[in-house]
Design a protein around this ligand. Sequence first.
Ligand code: AMP
Length: 505
Amino acid sequence: MKLLNTIKEFAHLNPNAKAYISPAEEVTYAELWERSERMADYLLKQNLKKQSPILVYGHMEPAMIISFLGCVKAGHPYIPVDISIPIERIVKIIDSAQTELVINNSEKPLVINQTTVKVADYEDVLAQQGIEEPITPSNWVRDDDNFYIIFTSGSTGNPKGVQISANNLQSFVNWMTEDFPINGGLRFLNQAPYSFDLSVMDIYPALATGGCIFAITKEMIARPKLLFEALAKSNTQVWTSTPSFAQMCLMDPSFNQELLAELSVFLFCGEILPVSVCRQLMERFPKAKIYNTYGPTEATVAITSIEVTAELLDKHQTLPIGRPKRDTRILLLDENGAEVSSGEKGEMIIVGPGVSKGYLGQKELTEKAFFQYSNEQAYRTGDAGYCDEDGLLFYKGRIDFQIKLHGYRMELEEIEYHIAKSQYVKSAVVIPVYQDEKIEYLLAAIVPNQHGFEKEYQLTSAIKKELGELIPAYMIPRKFTYHDELPITANGKLDRKKIKELVLQ
Ligand code: AMP
């Protein structure tokens, strides 16, 4: 695979160049290559089923990237799982992917009560493993083989695994390195945990250009003082984050070009990029270019882009998501599957080489969302959009219950499914509460079962405690309201519109 060969070349030509910096450790290209060889060697000796996915668990340790490369060099896709994911959900992922091996890169032991899966500790593996022979490229994942599988929220209550092949990823990396000013061994900020594909926007473009990844941890994000100290030392040149994260940083007046003197590119993806964020960034970072990019995990990170200029900001109150990358098309279809007329709103369908083959082991879900269009793979995004007279695409919200909260993607139905399973709950509806066209928080409207709590807040904390074992903290609604019954529509479904009016009055 071209990407792996490029990283290998950097490791030979520039072995001492830094590839990864985290608070605990720095890793050079030579170390990245050599350690991932050892990991691959270990994996090849485990008698795993051919191409079976390996779950890689941890946070921002360089061991994560080393393990990712170790997996793909041994011919196995990896499933990145951040430490913020509760164990019950990890077990679901293991079951769904039929994973035989977990690599634990975190400092804590990972106990999984399942006999079919082996947990290997990264440090132990590397301490024991020499390289007897170099790993030959014939072992690497290639072409349509899966490179990684990212699990996202699923409406049925189970996460679904998006399969991204070597070809999908290469198409994305080619676009990034050709169309964005990110070449020349720059320093890339990594904000997103590796279980989110936004992180792919910095990992592989950085490694494909001899650049270095500067990783920030969740401790830093929770403590702005630590974050700003780290940023000041980071020499970040390419900034990749959700707009929400940049918005949070902008709350501190010292977030400016003085703090990040070298910063030349902002890459945003994952949610609406507000005009106000761009205006502030332009003022505070006069040397930096800003890009809005759009795409779902299912089409490999992002597939449209536009540079946000002062002119664009003057012209639009809502920013466009731009134009698709060269090898990709976006169709806008109406409910009957016909293309809408120019300027009209339709569902965005992505067609091109970045589109995944589908959800791992989920034939029905895959057939619903993916199809072949003129011999190319196509994906129904569930996003509404339209194209203006200049050919620019605009995002116009969702056509289903998938939402974004602080950059995290989730299905309201999945949260409802887990709340409804609680012993304290008869039925539940989750309502997104908006401020300035952006979801501020989630509210759960609940019809409770009989319970022994005196106060509502006690009931709420009991339900939240149960949820904490099933879904990540960012999916747990902030507010809970309790009702004797919830309004239903004429055809017997919970009436979300009325419930919203009821709880927000
Ligand atoms: P994810 O799979 O986590 O990347 O989430 C994909 C979804 O995020 C898309 O289907 C959109 O609904 C939303 N999204 C991604 N990028 C943008 C953007 N630039 N503007 C608005 N929404 C976006």
